[in-house]
Design a protein around this ligand. Structure first.
Ligand code: KE4
Length: 435
């Protein structure tokens, strides 16, 4: 039970549930994975969010990734205000689209040509259609626990066995369509090889989060799995799509592909690229992207794509990520927090491990030494303990992602004192939960 006064959030949630499915506009916000009452936020600034009852939290969700500068950054707000006064949407080309496109092309190694859309889901959905159109192949591979937004083909889990046809993971996804989605566990080289053997010349692409963040943060790099995916796609004539909606501009100024020096054929972006406003994007080398309408036969469109307001928010955000030591400062804060939380678990006798890349990480409550795939989380993590930890941290004024299957994000606005306070709060909570 919450020890805070959350009466207005409770009232709002009751109202919202009458009007919105689950009382929310995106399922994870409903706290189903952790229990308790979702907080309704009134305002946010820097590293902090404040709910409608006046409770302020150190925020490690950051709107699920976009707020890498911190909330309501002065330059971003000013940019939005200036742009809004000139009109919020034209449905026609504007110079800001060129400016942001050039910034992203300069920052992300694999992108020569880019198309803006309005969400990460639109970006991945479009990239998949493009890969199918470019290769003339219908099937594709994704990984168990990989999340690429809510387009039908991605809402699929592995059928029986590691290498098989997918089965729908959501009502409303036609079984015949789901069969085109092939799935394998993260880090399972043999399963991927089997899929290519069993579906010779039928696989258009592999789509993968190069730093998975939707089954908790996973490591696909240090054991060579990402390089294996690059090599097998080249060998089999399939495209490698990096879904960098979360890792893009997060784990380096050029995303995971720059950090790891592994070049995909297509890249999907979202979250940080719009600085908190609705922007997604997909891009890649010229010969592939020129297949997109109106240059080519693969259709994709969007009323608010390239919206001037969102473009300006993205420009103001990305321009600050190119400052000399931006990621150096972020790295040291994130490392200290990650290691401090694990040390707190160890001191309290709570079995835990974690994965971290840059300023995104997940702490798993498990006896496992390392968590390497989705079934490690669903089968070997104490999700009930996570729920208690989450709600106790909320009472301590720390806002973590309301699910063991998500990532925590540190922003440039988090101070050393915030990191210290967060570690101290975790120590108090762990002591209470193990008393
Ligand atoms: P959106 O359509 O939510 O902008 O992006 C979908 C998406 C695509 N690819 C990756 C790697 C993603 O992480 C996401 C969205 N991430 C979730 C959080 N894990 C968004 C939060 C939510 O669904 O409410």
């Amino acid at each position: 039970m919450s020890s805070q006064n959350i009466q207005q959030s409770q009232h709002n949630f009751e109202q919202a549930q009458k009007l919105l499915p689950g009382g929310v506009n995106s399922p994870v916000r409903a706290f189903k994975g952790v229990g308790g009452t979702p907080r309704f936020f009134d305002h946010a600034k820097g590293a902090y969010v404040t709910d409608v009852d006046g409770n302020t939290y150190i925020d490690y969700v950051g709107s699920w990734g976009p707020m890498i500068l911190g909330h309501a950054h002065d330059a971003v707000i000013q940019g939005i205000q200036e742009t809004a006064e000139k009109g919020v949407s034209f449905g026609a080309p504007c110079e800001l689209e060129i400016d942001l496109a050039q910034m992203v092309i300069d920052m992300v190694p694999s992108i020569d040509v880019i198309r803006f859309v309005s969400s990460g889901s639109e970006a991945t959905m479009s990239a998949l259609r493009l890969a199918r159109g470019f290769t003339g192949r219908d099937k594709f591979i994704k990984f168990d626990g990989g999340y690429h937004g809510h387009a039908d083909g991605f809402l699929v889990k592995a059928g029986s066995g590691a290498a098989t046809f997918g089965e729908p993971d959501s009502a409303g996804v036609p079984a015949d369509y789901a069969k085109l989605t092939l799935t394998a566990p993260f880090n399972d080289i043999e399963a991927v090889k089997d899929l290519f053997r069993q579906n010779k010349d039928e696989i258009s692409c592999i789509i993968v989060e190069p730093v998975p963040g939707n089954t908790g943060v996973m490591d696909l790099y240090n054991n060579g799995f990402l390089q294996f995916l690059r090599d097998i796609c080249t060998q089999e004539g399939a495209l490698l799509i990096f879904d960098e909606v979360m890792s893009g501009f997060r784990v380096s100024s050029g995303g995971a592909q720059k950090r790891f020096a592994i070049t995909p054929d297509l890249t999907c972006l979202g979250k940080i690229i719009g600085g908190g406003l609705p922007v997604g994007a997909y891009g890649g080398r010229e010969e592939i992207m020129r297949k997109i309408s109106p240059d080519g036969p693969v259709y994709q469109a969007g009323t608010l794509s390239g919206n001037p307001l969102a473009m300006r928010a993205g420009i103001e955000t990305l321009s600050r990520l190119q400052e000399e030591d931006f990621y150096v400062a972020l790295e040291s804060k994130s490392k200290r927090l990650f290691e401090g939380l694990l040390a707190g678990c160890k001191a309290a006798g709570v079995p835990a491990t974690g994965n971290r890349f840059g300023s995104m990480f997940t702490i798993f409550f498990t006896e496992l030494d390392q968590v390497t795939c989705g079934s490690d989380v669903s089968g070997h993590c104490d999700l009930a303990f996570f729920g208690k930890f989450f709600n106790e941290m909320l009472n301590e004024g720390v806002y973590l992602a309301p699910s063991q299957y998500e990532a925590a994000f540190v922003s440039a606005a988090h101070t050393d004192k915030d990191i210290d306070n967060t570690i101290a709060a975790a120590e108090r909570v762990l002591a209470r939960l193990t008393a």
